[in-house]
Design a protein around this ligand. Structure first.
Ligand code: ADP
Length: 418
């Protein structure tokens, strides 16, 4: 009797019985939502390959089974089958095969029946082995991919932790200097008050003055660091409104005028080429301008500060803040936007109000308003900080919960600028 012929004729029945057995089996769950075709996927080919092997009656010629089972393994891994489920479905296949051939086998001589049973068993074993091989290969590839992604994520988070650790230790270092000074001078002051009868009132006042100065510096540092961390955490809400640019510039400059007058510096504003109206956050814009103008005043001994505003093409506009100050060395120009970076001013008068965070905050604000900041500077001649921004901040590029758009005539408008 040609068993391969029998198998070929009964393929459909065997498949139907097998799919039914797989569906009934509660230990195989991955097939629950699969169609009939998806469940039997590639098993008919495995069966057809078995027919070929059996027809040649050669145990060694299993290449067709190998190929079909490899493909079955790929399909099962894509369908999300567990290895135990695959082992189970091949066990069911063996059962279905034997129950379908049983009646015919008993008619054979025992030796022939055993030979055929052995052959079918070998072929099914080979099919399982090959199916597992390709299944494992796919899983291994997925694992490698996940591992690659995890390694990348790990590198990124390490970088993040490292940079926040660096920033934190830098902040701690910055806080230490004024704190040591405050504690030292307060201590001295107290001891002078308690013990000395011939205490020098003037030196006591000086000590108090130093405590105050360092206290203010501490406050500035803490406030700036907190503000920066709010930007970095993305917790800053934009309040957009249509603004009259010359008016905002004028108001920002007015705030800085006493500081400029104290150093006999002139602050000039040119805004006749400014856009008529701009949709932006006036408070953030004012913060950017005051920061840049304050730096310009602090780092300029004589001359003037010039603010120039103009509309550009492609719905952009720009504000340039130019000073005739000390200028910035080309090697430091990119670094001035880094947190806590200060140009080494040794040899020049020390600036106690410096935190090294001003330009970092400005850069964050400019980015928030969808713009960019550029610096051109020449040592000893002066610097120009230019910010370029869209005439209308694109609301679609901001998270909905991070933006409020107010009407031009909103009563909040003058309020927001105070
Ligand atoms: P701060 O001024 O508080 O130190 P900033 O972040 O605003 O911090 O500036 C960083 C550094 O860049 C300053 O310490 C200063 O050396 C340099 N800098 C900033 N603005 C100017 C300017 N207009 N002219 C010259 N140097 C400047």
């Amino acid at each position: 009797m040609d068993f391969s012929q029998l198998l070929a004729e009964r393929t459909e029945t065997i498949m139907a019985h097998w799919v039914e057995a797989v569906r009934r089996d509660r230990q195989i769950e991955s097939d629950d939502n699969l169609s009939y075709t998806a469940v039997q996927d590639h098993l008919p080919q495995v069966l057809a390959a078995m027919v070929t092997v059996l027809s040649r009656l050669q145990e060694s010629n299993v290449q067709a089974v190998v190929q079909a089972s490899l493909e079955h393994g790929v399909i099962r891994s894509e369908q999300g089958f567990e290895p135990t489920e695959i082992a189970r479905e091949y066990r069911l296949l063996r059962q279905v095969l034997f129950s379908n051939l049983e009646a015919d086998l008993v008619q054979e001589t025992p030796a022939e029946a055993i030979r055929i049973l052995q052959l079918v068993n070998d072929v099914v074993d080979e099919a399982i082995a090959q199916c597992f091989k390709s299944y494992m290969e796919i899983r291994l590839q997925e694992l490698k991919q996940v591992q690659g992604q995890l390694m990348l994520t790990n590198q990124q988070s390490n970088r993040l932790v490292q940079s926040s650790q660096e920033n934190f230790s830098q902040l701690a270092h910055e806080l230490k200097t004024p704190l040591t000074s405050i504690i030292g001078y307060s201590d001295l002051f107290l001891r002078q008050q308690q013990s000395s009868t011939t205490q020098n009132a003037v030196s006591s006042l000086e000590h108090i003055d130093r405590v105050l100065r360092n206290g203010r510096q501490l406050l500035r540092l803490v406030n700036d660091a907190l503000e920066l961390s709010r930007y970095d955490a993305g917790k800053v809400k934009l309040r957009l409104m249509l603004i009259d640019v010359p008016r905002v510039l004028k108001q920002a400059v007015e705030v800085m005028e006493p500081m400029a007058h104290a150093k006999a510096l002139q602050v000039l504003v040119t805004s006749d080429r400014a856009p008529a109206q701009v949709l932006t956050d006036p408070l953030r814009l004012q913060q950017i301008i005051t920061n840049l103008v304050s730096n310009a005043i602090r780092y300029t001994k004589t001359g003037s500060i010039w603010l120039e505003c103009q509309e550009l093409k492609d719905n952009q506009w720009a504000i340039a803040v130019t000073d005739t100050g000390i200028g910035i060395d080309p090697k430091d120009q990119a670094r001035v936007f880094e947190p806590y970076f200060r140009v080494d001013t040794s040899g020049q008068s020390s600036l106690s109000s410096s935190t090294g965070l001003g330009l970092t905050i400005v850069a964050r604000l400019v980015k928030l308003l969808q713009g960019k900041i550029e610096l051109t500077s020449h040592l000893g001649e002066g610097s120009t900080f230019t910010i370029t921004m869209p005439v209308k901040v694109d609301v679609n590029k901001v998270n909905a919960e991070e933006v409020t758009v107010l009407e031009e005539a909103s009563p909040d408008y003058p309020q927001a600028l105070k």
